[in-house]
Design a protein around this ligand. Structure first.
Ligand SMILES: Nc1nc2c(ncn2[C@@H]2O[C@H](COP(=O)(O)OP(=O)(O)O)[C@@H](O)[C@H]2O)c(=O)[nH]1
Ligand SMILES: [Mg+2]
Length: 239
């Protein structure tokens, strides 16, 4: 039987973490969840530890240094590879990604894709609920910009709702992933594509968080805009 791990990064998500864990196990109690927390101070860690008493398939890694979404995910990927999971997923804690879409992402990989991307912008649709206009335009045009600069055949390049086959994460040189934030999501897809893995987009509806606050800021957007050009020029070179 194949094993799936859903990695959920958290930074002060006490208002969401309980519900997201329950929602995932409601879909399939055979899934495993790894929470990678960057030393939240709001009680997220305590809440997860309490949930672990009830859910044996719930795991927690707390990082205390070098905070960042990309670094948290790399930590989670290495943890997953050590334990030999077949399908390794990324999902936000704030319900922007609907856990009900998890089986579709995993099945897309089971049916042959190497990477399944939960996509908001597939076929010229914009499936985003509750984002303000500026944020929506920024994300939409950022995705178009990345596609033009890198030529990658993916519409939603900054998407963070993803399923990877373990071979993809074994092949990509995770220690040399440079970016964090949105650029991290772009870089992972770009590297997978350069390694000739098949990336398939699955249409999803993304809903802005109802609880808690966003951790993204303008530095993350700068990193994405300027980092993409550097990333394209370097390709798979590591230095
Ligand atoms: N571990 C960790 N998680 C983070 C960090 N920044 C954001 N997250 C988590 O990543 C997910 C997406 O972040 P969010 O703030 O919702 O970004 P947005 O949806 O783009 O506004 C959420 O589950 C956050 O708790 C970080 O630096 N470290
Ligand atoms: Mg969010």
């Amino acid at each position: 039987m194949s094993r799936s791990l859903i990695i959920v990064p958290t930074l002060n998500e006490v208002e969401n973490v309980n519900a997201i864990v329950e929602a995932v196990f409601d879909i399939d109690s055979d899934y495993h969840i790894l929470i990678v927390d960057d030393n939240s101070t709001d009680g997220t860690i305590k809440t997860v530890k309490q949930l672990q008493l009830q859910y044996p398939n719930l795991f927690l890694e707390v990082r205390t240094q070098d905070r960042g979404l990309g670094k948290a995910y790399i930590h989670g990927f290495l943890w997953a590879l050590e334990r030999n999971y077949d399908y390794i997923l990324e999902m936000d804690a704030d319900f922007s990604h609907n856990p009900k879409d998890l089986p579709r992402l995993i099945n897309t990989c089971k049916n042959g894709a190497d990477v399944a991307v939960g996509s908001r912008y597939i076929n010229n649709k914009i499936n985003v609920i509750n984002w303000d206009f500026t944020r929506l335009m920024l994300s939409y045009f950022a995705s178009k910009y990345v596609k033009i600069v890198t030529k990658i055949p993916v519409y939603d390049t900054t998407a963070g709702f993803i399923c990877y086959r373990k071979e993809v994460l074994k092949t990509i040189d995770l220690k040399h992933i440079r970016f964090t934030g949105y650029a991290f999501q772009i870089e992972m897809k770009f590297k997978a594509w350069l390694h000739k893995f098949q990336i398939k987009e699955v249409s999803i509806i993304f809903t802005d968080r109802a609880k808690g606050t966003s951790k993204m800021d303008s530095s993350i957007i700068h990193e994405a805009i300027f980092g993409v050009i550097k990333m394209k020029l370097k390709g798979l070179k590591t230095n």
